[in-house]
Design a protein around this ligand. Sequence first.
Ligand code: GTP
Ligand code: MG
Length: 254
Amino acid sequence: VFRSSGLTTLPSILLIGPTGSGKTSLLTLIERGTNAAATHTSQTPIAVECSLPVGAVANSDKYRSDNDPTNQMHKKFLLIDTPGHGKLRHHALENITNPQNLKGLIFLVDAATLSAGDEGLRQTADYLHDVLLLLQKRMTGSKAAKALKVIPVLIAANKMDLFTALPAALVKSSLEAEITKVRTSRSKGLLDSGIGMGDAEDEKDDWLGEMGSANFKFSQMEEFDVAVDVLGGNVVGGEGPTIDKWWKWISDRL
Ligand code: GTP
Ligand code: MG
């Protein structure tokens, strides 16, 4: 049971990404510190209170003296898991347009489904494109959405224990190349339907990243105060979970 004041004011990290990428498995691992029991595809978002592991120092605590009693406590945060199924993504998108003390967004991908031509690559790029476009447009959205000046996005390349998994650098370049295609086909779609006709402003609004650029790069999001990192890990398999790079990313944002 949460104290009434605690839940809404805790800094929160949002977990999103396509179905099967391992979001609920990661949540369970972080919440319990042990490996997840079998998960089912999620139908509703869930939020759980988590703590930074022993030894990790939250960014906001870096300059506290060692004698400060707050240093003895584990920094708490809220982790919000969302369903990845296409029809249930409005839950995740609502958390972006109307966030509660949001400190960062983790977009989890299955790095073993991102090879060229893989249906997983197209679906992942499609979803990521929409999430980034929403973040790009957030400045025209709600007050809460504008509260965070720079929004940190971690593309967490999961399932690195599988030999078919692409390394993080390739996950990054594959997604950039595929998002380039999504971006082109979306803008063509607008033209074909006549929606964008004669309204250059509208077309600009729905174009992800740098206008007129031939290739999409995550670095183009910096102009919109969206900072994207890509880091690898695995939640299960291998010689046990390897999520230390993600932990570091999370603690740097709290
Ligand atoms: P939705 O709720 O449908 O959006 O999916 P999800 O992202 O919550 O995925 P979930 O956590 O349910 O995991 C899907 C499957 O991937 C499960 O069978 C997990 O055991 C498996 N899985 C998760 N992480 C890893 C990993 O690092 N390596 C391997 N090999 N399998 C993993
Ligand atoms: Mg799930």
